[in-house]
Ligand binder design. Structure first.
Ligand code: PLP
Length: 441
């Protein structure tokens, strides 16, 4: 049984007794004991910790062990867990009704805030998950262009809709099955895959299929094959090629939206996509996502246009209240600068600590998103991400977990900081990493 310590106080944690039993019980009724595959620790081994609560920068399991959290529920918790302003907004909205199935003012307020942050976007449609946002953006792009084919990038994940579950990164990589059983060849046939950061590969596909391409979908900063940044000129190159080929550029900013900058990667890199998919941060921890773009495209969606898309709980007042409270906090001057300062310090501390032990580690940060890989250079595409030292990641993950740091349980995931993390938290994590690197050698 692993001995663990509270990373902030250094005092020993109780052993994993209740958590192991609770997970064993869960595995008898939930598929693999979880409701989303990566949570099952498939790529790191061992038993997931069952969570009791999360507050600020920490997460606590049901044995009472507290960890400094670098996952943030996979991105949404950008102001820390259970932020009082969000909890109060949700509580007060709940008192007025959980869902109306009819328009409410909070939808308009959140839409105004989001459209104010995305240059060129004039209409938004709220949905309930990033998967739905990606699926709907694809349908809309096909309708807008009267074309069928899509280009996506190997290692980019756009949710688990059939057409996009091709070379789809993290979850699928973690399971070792890049494509899913149950996706028919027909559903995947119109999805073409290019290598991330490789415009020549995009040109190859455009030469062969240009007149049939409805959209190029991209994670403008990739977070589902580890953390992979766009090379200089890559996003600009995609914009130019879409203009030339007459297809739409769809930025999947489910992860990067309001995470790497106010607005997202499109404001950070100053590129205007035709459509944007959002999720995670903009829903403040509730199941809220969206797709947005100029009126001339978005008004093809029902009820104005012929593209059908609907949702019983879409735009529900609880999700809208959580999103509004979260984005209001993110809009504070200097919010992303402070996050990036902490994230950059964390990355440099991790890299220095690893190299002091002769372990090659590379990393980078952008706003509140960061990543590291056990390789001499940070990967720039899926092939490079695959060739990092995943055995070492596994050992490091468990050493850090036992030391009280909650990392994503897969080398194919990015890390997320929140404004609740303090400079002292970052130094405590770096100190844990120094010990962990020495331990794993
Ligand atoms: N797009 C990206 C870039 C994502 O990272 C994710 C989820 O991690 C999705 C889409 C799917 O979002 P959801 O899990 O809300 O369906």
């Amino acid at each position: 049984m692993p001995t663990t310590a509270d990373v902030r106080t250094g005092s020993p944690n109780p052993p994993s007794v209740r958590s192991d039993a609770a997970f064993e019980r869960a595995a008898k009724v939930l598929v693999g004991g979880v409701n989303s595959p990566v949570r099952a620790f498939g790529s790191v081994g061992g038993t997931p910790r069952v969570v009791a609560s999360a507050r600020g920068a920490t997460i606590t399991d049901i044995d009472g062990r507290t960890y400094l959290d670098l996952v943030g529920s996979w991105g949404p918790a950008i102001v820390g867990h259970a932020h009082p302003a969000i909890v109060e907004a949700v509580r007060s909205a709940g008192e007025r009704g959980l869902t109306f199935g009819a328009p409410c003012e909070a939808e308009t307020e959140l839409a105004e805030l989001i459209l104010g942050a995305l240059p060129g976007a004039e209409r938004v449609r709220f949905v309930n998950s990033g998967t739905e946002a990606g699926m709907s953006a694809v349908r809309l792009a096909r309708a807008a262009t009267s074309r069928t084919k899509l280009i996506k990038f190997a290692g980019n994940y756009h949710g688990h809709t059939d057409a996009l579950l091709v070379a789809a990164g993290s979850g699928a990589e973690t399971l070792g099955v890049p494509d899913s059983a149950g996706v028919t060849p027909t559903a995947a046939a119109d999805t073409l895959t290019a290598r991330y950061n490789d415009l020549d590969d995009v040109d190859r596909l455009l030469r062969a299929h240009g007149a049939d391409i409805a959209a190029i979908l991209v994670e403008p900063v990739a977070g589902n094959m580890g953390f992979v940044q766009p090379a200089a000129g890559f996003l600009e190159g995609l914009r130019e090629r879409c203009d030339r080929a007459g297809c739409l550029l769809v930025f999947d900013e489910v992860m990067t939206g309001f995470r790497v900058a106010w607005g997202g990667a499109q404001t950070r890199f100053n590129i205007r996509p035709d459509l944007t998919c959002l999720g995670k941060v903009m829903g403040g921890g509730m199941p809220v996502a969206a797709y947005a773009g100029p009126a001339r495209i978005m008004e093809l969606v029902a009820p104005v246009g012929p593209v059908y898309q609907a949702g019983t709980l879409s735009g529900n007042p609880i999700g809208m209240a959580a999103g509004l409270a979260t984005l209001t906090l993110c809009k504070a001057p200097g919010f992303y600068d402070k996050l990036e300062m902490l994230a950059t310090r964390l990355v440099s501390g991790l890299v220095t600590a690893a190299r002091a032990c002769d372990i090659p580690v590379a990393g980078a940060a952008l706003g509140g998103m960061l990543g590291f890989a056990f390789s001499a250079e940070l990967p720039t595409n899926l092939d490079e991400a695959r060739s990092a030292d995943h055995e070492r990641f596994r050992a490091f993950f468990h050493a850090m977990l036992d030391a009280g740091v909650w990392l994503p349980p897969s080398p194919y995931e990015a890390l997320f900081l929140s404004s609740a993390h303090t400079a002292a938290d970052i130094e405590a994590i770096i100190a844990c990493a120094q010990r962990s690197f020495r331990q794993i050698g």
